[in-house]
Design a protein around this ligand. Structure first.
Ligand code: HEM
Length: 119
């Protein structure tokens, strides 16, 4: 399940940048399609994350924070794309996205399931 989780959020982040570049090159239709695929991926990220969460016998605060940070990253991806499509300012959302992403990846790999990169 950890691999499915990592795969889904990784593909989502790649597609997020694909969507931004489509918008930049004026391909509104392509942007919309990628945005729809991304929404499906958000659900898969949440589903695989929830399965990981419920595979643990005692859910500690670190796991709750990890999950909330994951949801925060997803919310920021969605907000950045919506604001970008309306040509509105995205600076604040970008800042939150970077912070939340760094924290969630650090905490995800630090927690013991799957691949504990940071011990
Ligand atoms: C874009 C959003 C997300 C990113 C970038 C992300 C990232 C990660 C990473 C790097 C890991 C570590 C995998 C490993 O140990 O091999 C992980 C594990 C996990 N994630 Fe996420 N995640 C996201 C969203 C979520 C959401 C929404 C939830 C909850 C609903 C969630 C719950 C979990 C749980 C419970 C684990 C297991 C932690 C452990 O290794 O012990 N994640 N995630």
């Amino acid at each position: 399940m950890t691999h499915a989780h990592i795969t889904t959020w990784f593909i989502a982040i790649v597609l997020f940048f694909v969507a931004l570049s489509l918008h930049k090159s004026g391909k509104a239709k392509g942007f919309k399609v990628v945005q729809m695929i991304l929404r499906l991926l958000y659900l898969l990220i949440i589903a695989t994350g929830a399965l990981l969460l419920f595979s643990i016998s005692t859910i500690t605060l670190s796991y709750i924070i990890k999950s909330l940070l994951g949801l925060w990253v997803i919310a920021m991806l969605e907000m950045i794309l919506i604001k970008t499509s309306k040509n509105e300012k995205t600076t604040l959302f970008w800042a939150q996205f970077v912070i939340a992403l760094v924290l969630v990846i650090y905490l995800g790999f630090k927690l013991p399931l799957g691949i504990p990169v940071f011990g």
